[in-house]
Design a protein around this ligand. Structure first.
Ligand code: NAP
Length: 498
C-alpha cells in the first residue's frame, strides 16, 4: 500500500518539505521557509509545507485568471468528465490521504478513510448536478409585466464568477475543500486553495488527484502558509472574485476586509439539543454521545449544549454516562473514539472552559483528565448561563447539560446564542417538533437525530454569526455563478400561437 509522499505522490515532496501547486506544477517556495505541522498525538513535527510568498500568490492569481477564460469555454460535459475522473483517482488513493488525516489532525483511522471516500462521492455528485442545473436557462417574455407587449425575449443563463478562493478548516481539510472545488470548477471558475495548516498535506495529496486527472494548467492551485501570515493577502487580493470560507471567527474578520465579491461563510456553531419529556430517552442518549463526542467534538455541527427537561434529566444523564465509559480513548491509529484535539492551544482553551465551569459549580459526571492534547470525554451537568461553556464552542470532548423547566426556556437559550448553525429536538410529537423547529433561530433543525452537515446535497447554512449564504452541492454551484441575460428586441410584438 502506497504511503503518503510516495509512489504517484513522490513528486509533491521536496526532501522534507511538501511542495505547493501552481501553474500545473509542484514547486518549492522561493521564500526558502517552511511551516511545521505538528502531529496532535506525538506533539512532534510530522510534516512541513512551503511558506509561500506574496509574489507567488500574485503569480497563482494571474495564472488562475488566464486559465479560467479557457475553462469557461470548455463544454460542460467535458468539465463533468474531468471531475468524475478526479473523484475516481481520489477514491483510489484513499489510503495515503487518510494516513495524512490521521497524522495531521488525529482523525480516527476509519473516519479518515470515510472522509476521502465521501469527498470522491461529493465530487461525482457535483459533476452530475452541474450538468443538470447549468444545462438549463430561462426564457422570459415581456408581456407579463404591465405596459409591455410581447416584443422582448429575455434569455438568461448562469455564468462563472472568475477566480474562487477556497479556505477550509482543519477538521475536514479534504471534504470541505472539495465541497468548494467541485462547484467552482463545474460552474466554469478557476480555483485557488489555501488549506488549513493542520490538514495541508492531506489537501496537497487531494489536489494531486485533480492534477493526475488532467485539469488544465493554472486552473487549480494550492498555496500553503500560515493563515495569519498570507490570509489577509489572499482574501484582499484584487484577483479574487469569490471567497468560500469555512472556519471560526476568522470568517467574520474576512467578511469585513473582503472587497465587493460574493462570500460564502460557514462559521462556528453552538448546536443545541432540546429533549422533551415524551422523547425516546435511549435515542436521546445515543445522539448526545454521537453528536457531542464524534471526532472528539471537533465538528461544526457537534451537539454543543444539551437543553433537557428536568423531569428526564437524571435518566438521560445516567444513560449518557454509561455510554461515555465505553468510548475508547487513545491514538487515532487505533481507531479510538476520542483522540487528541488538534493543537495544544485548543486543549488549553477547552481546559479553560472546564475550569470556569468548575469554579462556578457545575457537576462533573466524570473526572477531568488530560494528557498532552488528549482530553477524556466529560459531561458537565447543572451548567448555568453564567458559565462560559453555556455559550462558547469548546471544539473538544466536553459537553454542558443545562436543565430546563419549559420548552420556552430551551428555545430562549438556543436563540440567545450569537451562533445559529443547527439544532435538534427530540420528541414523539411531530406537531410540537415542527413548532419548536420553526421557533429555533438556526439554519437547520434535525428532528429526532443529532445535527449533521450531510448528506452533502442537503442545503447547509448558518444564521447570525454562523455564516453567510447557503452550502450544499446545488446551492454552492448557484452561489459560484452569476446570471447573464441577453434580450432579443423585436420590431413588433409577436404572440406564439398554439
Ligand atoms: P480557523 O482558525 O478559523 O481556520 C480556518 C481557516 O482559515 C484555516 O485554513 C486557516 O489557516 C485560515 N486562516 C487563518 N487566519 C486567516 C486569515 N487571516 N485570513 C484567511 N484565512 C485565515 O478555524 P479552524 O480552527 O480551522 O476550524 C474550527 C472552526 O471551524 C470552528 O469554529 C468550527 O465550528 C468551524 N467550522 C465550521 C463549519 C461549518 O460548515 N459551519 C465546518 C467545520 C468547521 P491556518 O490553519 O493556516 O491558520
Amino acid at each position: 500500500m502506497a504511503l503518503a509522499g510516495t509512489g504517484v505522490f513522490a513528486e509533491i515532496l521536496d526532501g522534507e518539505v511538501y511542495r505547493y501547486y501552481a501553474d500545473g506544477e509542484w514547486r518549492a517556495s522561493a521564500s526558502g521557509k517552511s511551516v511545521a505541522i505538528v502531529n496532535p498525538t506525538t506533539r512532534k513535527t510530522q510534516y512541513r509545507v512551503q511558506a509561500c510568498t506574496q509574489e507567488e500568490v500574485n503569480k497563482v492569481m494571474d495564472a488562475a485568471k488566464v486559465a479560467q477564460k479557457a475553462w469557461a469555454r470548455t463544454p460542460l460535459w467535458k468539465r463533468a468528465e474531468l471531475l468524475h475522473k478526479a473523484a475516481a483517482i481520489l477514491k483510489e488513493h484513499k489510503a495515503p490521504i487518510a494516513e495524512c488525516l490521521v497524522k495531521e489532525i488525529a482523525k480516527p483511522a476509519k473516519d479518515a478513510v470515510s472522509e476521502v471516500v465521501r469527498s470522491g462521492d461529493l465530487v461525482s455528485y457535483t459533476a452530475e448536478e452541474g450538468v443538470r442545473i447549468l444545462g438549463e436557462g430561462k426564457l422570459l417574455v415581456s408581456d407579463s409585466f404591465p405596459g409591455n407587449e410581447r416584443n422582448k425575449y429575455c434569455l438568461s443563463s448562469k455564468i462563472p464568477l472568475g477566480v474562487v478562493l477556497a479556505i477550509p478548516p482543519f477538521n475536514y481539510p479534504v471534504n470541505l475543500a472539495v465541497s468548494k472545488i467541485g462547484p467552482a470548477l463545474i460552474a466554469g471558475n478557476s480555483l485557488v486553495l489555501k488549506p488549513p495548516t493542520q490538514g495541508a498535506v492531506a489537501a496537497l495529496h487531494m489536489v494531486h488527484c485533480f492534477h493526475l486527472a488532467g485539469f488544465p494548467k493554472g486552473l487549480i492551485s494550492c498555496v500553503t502558509g500560515k493563515g495569519s501570515e498570507i490570509g489577509d493577502f489572499l482574501t484582499m487580493h484584487p484577483g479574487v472574485n469569490c471567497i468560500s470560507f469555512t472556519g471560526g471567527d476568522t470568517g467574520i474578520a474576512i467578511s469585513k476586509k473582503a472587497g465587493m465579491v460574493p462570500l460564502q461563510m460557514e462559521l462556528g456553531g453552538k448546536d443545541a439539543c432540546i429533549a422533551l419529556e415524551d422523547a425516546d430517552l435511549d435515542l436521546v442518549a445515543a445522539n448526545i454521545v454521537k453528536g457531542g463526542f464524534s471526532y472528539s467534538g471537533q465538528r461544526c455541527t457537534a451537539v454543543k449544549v444539551v437543553l433537557i427537561m428536568e423531569s428526564i434529566a437524571d435518566a438521560v444523564v445516567q444513560k449518557v454516562n454509561a455510554k461515555l465509559v465505553k468510548l475508547k480513548v487513545g491514538p487515532p491509529e487505533d481507531d479510538s473514539d476520542i483522540t487528541p484535539v488538534v493543537t495544544e492551544s485548543s486543549a488549553n482553551f477547552i481546559e479553560g472552559l472546564v475550569m470556569d465551569a468548575k469554579e462556578k459549580g457545575a457537576t462533573f459526571c466524570q473526572e477531568y483528565r488530560r494528557e498532552g492534547n488528549l482530553i477524556w470525554p466529560l459531561l458537565l451537568d447543572h451548567v448555568r448561563p453564567d458559565m462560559r461553556i453555556a455559550w462558547e464552542e469548546p471544539f473538544g470532548p466536553v459537553l454542558p447539560v443545562i436543565r430546563i423547566n419549559s420548552v420556552e426556556e430551551g428555545i430562549h437559550h438556543c436563540n440567545a446564542s450569537n451562533f445559529g448553525l443547527q439544532g435538534c429536538v427530540f420528541t414523539r410529537d411531530i406537531n410540537k417538533a415542527i413548532l419548536i423547529s420553526d421557533a429555533m433561530e438556526t439554519g437547520t433543525v434535525q428532528i429526532n437525530s443529532a445535527p449533521a452537515r450531510g448528506p452533502d446535497h442537503f442545503p447547509f447554512q448558518g444564521l447570525k454569526d454562523s455564516g453567510i449564504g447557503s452550502q450544499g452541492i446545488t446551492n454552492s454551484i448557484n452561489m459560484m455563478t452569476k446570471v447573464k441575460s441577453t434580450v432579443i428586441n423585436l420590431p413588433s410584438p409577436s404572440y406564439t400561437m398554439g
